[in-house]
Design a protein around this ligand. Structure first.
Ligand SMILES: Cc1cc2nc3c(=O)[nH]c(=O)nc-3n(C[C@H](O)[C@H](O)[C@H](O)COP(=O)(O)OP(=O)(O)OC[C@H]3O[C@@H](n4cnc5c(N)ncnc54)[C@H](O)[C@@H]3O)c2cc1C
Length: 473
C-alpha cells in the first residue's frame, strides 16, 4: 500500500511557478471538484486544483508530485459516473478544461487533432459545419474528449459506429514519471508491437494524462430518421432487438426505455412526445431507433422493412420523426433520463452492465423480479442495440447506510447473473472508485494481477489516480 505526503506551502509555490494564476487551494477550491455526477461513491476534497494549459505544464506538475509522493487525479468536465475524477486521497486535481483548442484538421486523412479538454459538444458542432461527423455520441455532450477517451465512452451511436476507442488514432500522454510520449499515428492500420494506445484508452486516468488526441472523423450521413416504437410490455420490446441486427437493418441508435422513466423525463423537459396509450392499450415500453443513409429512398426502404418486422413482433405503432424538430423532441426525453431520475430521487446508484444482445430480455426480467426484495425502486433504460443496460436503484426514504448495504447486496446478485450470461461489469462508464471491488469477479485473479502489474510498470509510486480501477486503497 502506498503512503502519500500532503501538499506543503512550499510545494504550492513550486506549482505556482509552473502554472501562474491557475493554482487553487483551501477556500479557493469550488465544491464541484469534490465529486462527479455520482456522489454516492463518496466525495473527496483536493488539496490543490491546477488548471494546465500545455503538455509541458502537465509534465512539470506531475514530476513534482512523483518526487514528493503526492496523488494526482486527472479531471476533465467531471461528468463521470463512477467517482473516477474524485480526489479520494487528497492531493492534486489536475484539470484539463482549459486545454480546449482544436489544433487542426487533416481532411485528406479524415482526422482532427484536439487538446484533451475540448468538449465533445464543441467538436461535434465544428465537424458538422464541415459536413463531417465524429461518430461517438455519449449522452453527456459537455464532457471532455480526454474524459471520453479515458473512459472509452460509448453512447447512442455505438451500435452502428462503435465506441470512442474506434476513433482514436493517436494521442500525446504524460506518464506518471513526467515523461511525455506519443502513442499511435494518423495511419488507419497497425501491427506495430503492443498497442499502448489501446491500453491508455479506457485506463481512466490511472496510466497517464492525455493531453492531445488525433481522432478519426467520417463524412456526415445525408439522411437521418428516428422512429418511436411503443409496446405493451418490456418483454416484447426487448425481444425485437436482435431482429434489427439479424435483418441487417443497421440502426445508428437503438435504445429501449420503460414507460415510467419516459413519463418522468418528459415531465422534466416539459414536452410530451411519446404516446402513453394506443387503441385503448396502455404502453409499457418503447424502442427509440435512428437510421441513417445516403438517400431518402434507401432510408425509407429500411423503415418499411423495420416497420414490418416490429409490427409482426408485437409493436403497437411506429411513429416517424423525420424533421429536425421531431427528431430533437423524440431524443430530448431520452437525453434527460439521468437528470430526471436525479431530480426525483434522494438516493441513487447505478449499474452499467453489458450483456450479449440475445440475453437482454431475460436479464432484465431477472433484475425486475428483484424489485420487492431490497426496499428501493429499480429503473432501467439502455443501449439495447449493444446490450449496455443502465439499471438505477432509487430511494427517497431509506437511510444512507442501509441503502448502500442493500445496493451492494443487489449489485452482487445482478453482477453475478451478468457474468453467468457472458456479460461484463461496465459497457461505458468504467470502474473508477465506485466499482473497484466488483471488477475481480468479472475478470478473475490472473487478469486483475496483470492489470495491477501494468499499473505499477507505468506508475511505480502509484501516484496517478490512486484507488481506481484495479487497486482498492
Ligand atoms: C447525463 C449524463 C449522461 C451520460 N451519458 C453517457 C453515455 O451515454 N455514455 C458514456 O460512456 N458515458 C456517459 N456519461 C458519463 C460521462 O459523461 C463520461 O464518462 C465521460 O466520458 C466523462 O468525461 P469527463 O470529461 O466528464 O471526465 P471526468 O468525469 O472528469 O473523468 C472521468 C475519468 O477520466 C479520467 N480523465 C479525464 N480526463 C483525462 C485525461 N485528459 N487524461 C487521462 N485521464 C482523464 C479521470 O481521471 C476519470 O477517471 C454520462 C454522464 C452524464 C452526467
Amino acid at each position: 500500500m502506498a503512503t502519500y505526503n500532503k501538499v506543503s506551502p512550499e510545494i504550492i509555490e513550486e506549482f505556482k511557478k509552473i502554472t501562474p494564476n491557475r493554482v487553487y487551494s483551501g477556500s479557493e477550491i469550488n465544491e464541484d471538484y469534490t465529486h462527479d455526477e455520482m456522489p454516492i461513491y463518496g466525495t473527496g476534497l483536493p488539496e490543490v486544483v491546477i488548471e494546465a494549459l500545455t503538455t509541458e505544464e502537465v509534465s512539470e506538475i506531475i514530476k513534482i508530485c512523483n518526487k514528493h509522493l503526492i496523488p494526482v487525479v486527472p479531471r476533465g468536465a467531471g461528468t463521470g459516473l463512477v467517482g473516477g475524477a474524485v480526489c479520494i486521497n487528497g492531493g492534486v486535481l489536475l484539470s484539463t478544461v482549459k486545454m480546449n483548442k482544436i489544433l487542426g484538421y487533416d481532411l485528406e486523412n479524415f482526422v482532427v487533432t484536439v487538446e484533451a479538454g475540448l468538449l465533445l459538444n464543441d467538436l461535434a458542432e465544428d465537424v458538422t459545419k464541415k459536413g463531417l461527423l465524429y461518430p461517438p455520441d455519449p449522452g453527456e455532450k459537455f464532457a471532455t474528449l480526454g474524459g471520453n477517451v479515458a473512459t472509452n465512452a460509448g453512447g447512442m451511436r455505438a451500435v452502428k459506429y462503435g465506441t470512442t476507442r474506434d476513433y482514436v488514432r493517436a494521442m500525446t500522454v504524460v506518464l506518471p514519471t513526467g515523461e511525455i510520449t506519443k502513442l499511435g499515428a494518423t495511419v488507419s492500420k497497425t501491427s506495430s508491437g503492443y498497442s499502448l494506445l489501446n491500453l491508455l484508452i479506457g485506463s481512466e486516468g490511472t496510466l497517464g494524462i492525455i493531453t492531445e488526441l488525433t481522432l478519426k472523423i467520417i463524412p456526415q450521413p445525408k439522411e437521418i430518421i428516428s422512429l418511436i416504437i411503443p409496446y405493451v410490455s418490456l418483454d416484447e420490446c426487448i425481444a425485437t432487438v436482435p431482429k434489427f441486427l439479424a435483418n441487417h437493418l443497421d440502426p445508428q441508435a437503438l435504445e429501449f426505455m420503460e414507460r415510467e422513466i419516459v413519463i418522468s423525463s418528459e415531465k422534466y423537459v416539459g414536452k410530451a412526445v411519446f404516446p402513453q396509450q394506443f387503441d385503448g392499450k396502455e404502453i409499457g415500453a418503447y424502442l427509440l431507433v435512428t437510421f441513417d443513409g445516403e438517400s431518402e429512398e434507401a432510408i425509407y426502404e429500411i423503415i418499411e422493412k423495420a416497420t414490418e418486422i416490429v409490427l409482426e413482433s408485437g409493436a403497437l405503432d411506429v411513429i416517424v420523426a423525420d424533421t429536425p424538430v421531431k427528431k430533437r423532441d423524440a431524443w430530448a426525453a431520452r437525453g434527460s433520463f439521468l437528470e430526471a431520475i436525479t431530480a426525483d430521487t434522494k438516493l441513487l446508484d447505478e449499474c452499467d452492465v453489458v450483456v450479449p444482445v440475445s440475453e437482454i430480455a431475460n436479464y432484465l426480467k431477472f433484475v425486475n423480479s428483484l424489485e420487492n426484495d431490497y426496499g428501493f425502486k429499480i429503473k432501467s433504460f439502455g443501449h439495447a442495440g449493444d446490450g449496455n443496460l443502465h439499471i438505477y436503484t432509487c430511494s427517497n426514504d431509506m437511510q444512507l447506510d442501509i441503502f448502500k448495504e442493500k445496493v451492494d447486496e443487489f449489485m452482487k446478485v445482478i453482477y453475478k447473473r451478468a457474468s453467468d450470461v457472458g456479460g461484463l461489469i461496465s459497457g461505458e462508464h468504467g470502474i473508477g472508485h465506485g466499482k473497484v471491488e466488483y471488477l475481480a469477479d468479472f475478470v478473475g485473479p490472473v487478469n486483475i494481477k496483470l492489470m495491477q502489474d501494468i499499473k505499477k510498470l507505468f506508475d511505480p509510486n502509484l501516484i496517478l489516480n490512486p484507488g481506481k480501477v484495479c487497486y482498492k486503497l
